[in-house]
Design a protein around this ligand. Structure first.
Ligand SMILES: C[S@@+](CC[C@H](N)C(=O)[O-])C[C@H]1O[C@@H](n2cnc3c(N)ncnc32)[C@H](O)[C@@H]1O
Length: 257
């Protein structure tokens, strides 16, 4: 991708265009500044997404080149943003396939390019990061199009958009109707991880999850004993920002009954 900023730098007509890329020459990874997009996308609006009619119609092999016959995605990072936590999942669980789902086009493009670059750096076919991928989609609408009943072992909702205004509470990604849909794609015994820096949203999440008959909150000891828990604080870009700003973190993990 050559940005307008880069085109503007090509000041010498007649010469070969300067080939400037959005990949850093130092790290070999894409640079976020070329993929910025305004923070909120209306999840209820009718964006025109291509989506599969059924999970079996998804070309998983295109996303996970080493996927084995019968292997399925186990972990879903919902609203994965720039993919920091997804990358951590890939590193922590090399045997599991993890997917990031992100509604903003430039942000999901960034994650796709980031994964491509990480795979390239680690030596393509046999290397790392073959087990993570990102889809641009509206996770509030299309989860059952991607996942079969009881497929997912873990779902992550990290620093979801708080939508503070009452009129926009219907945009919140945790709500009673969607919790039933999440329960459908989750395995019995599967886990939903939630983390936010907004106390009011945390209380909303906990009260909606506790009212739902298919979820039970893990007690503090069990939540803290989970090896993923320490990563929830700062592996994602949003989490790292909260740590930098010395903000609060509110964690709640729920088991699908
Ligand atoms: C505050 S950011 C947090 C990103 C990431 N989880 C992190 O911790 O850095 C929330 C993300 O969720 C995405 N998002 C919001 N609604 C969504 C939806 N319905 N489907 C998929 N992604 C969504 C937003 O575009 C945004 O990138």
């Amino acid at each position: 991708m050559v940005t307008t900023e880069e085109q503007a730098q090509n000041k010498h007509p007649g010469r070969e265009p300067a080939v400037l890329s959005c990949t850093s020459a130092v790290t070999g990874l894409p640079q976020k500044r070329y993929y910025r997009q305004r923070a909120h996308s209306n999840p209820i609006a009718d964006h025109s997404f291509d989506y599969p009619a059924r999970p079996q119609d998804v070309d998983w092999h295109a996303m996970y080149p080493n996927i084995q016959e019968g292997q399925q995605v186990s972990f879903a990072d919902i609203g994965c943003g720039y993919g920091g936590f997804l990358v951590t999942l890939g590193e922590m669980f090399p045997e599991k396939l993890s997917i990031g789902m992100e509604i903003r086009v430039k942000v999901s493009d960034y994650v796709v390019d980031r994964i491509k670059a990480l795979r390239h750096k680690s030596g393509e076919a046999g290397g790392a990061y073959q087990n993570i991928a990102c889809i641009r989609t509206n996770a509030m609408k299309y989860l059952p199009n991607y996942f079969a009943k009881g497929q997912l072992e873990k779902m992550f909702f990290l620093y979801p958009d708080p939508h503070f205004k009452r009129a926009k509470h219907k945009w919140r990604i945790i709500n009673q109707a969607l919790l039933s849909e999440y329960a459908y794609v989750l395995k019995k015994g599967g886990l939903v991880y939630t983390m936010t820096d907004v106390e009011d949203l945390h209380k909303w999440i906990v009260s909606h999850m506790e009212q739902h008959p298919l979820y039970q909150r893990l007690d503090e000891q069990a939540a803290n004993a989970d090896p993923i828990t320490p990563k929830l604080y700062q592996s994602s870009e949003e989490g790292a920002k909260v740590v930098r700003n010395k903000g609060d973190h509110f964690l709640a993990i729920f088991q699908r009954l």
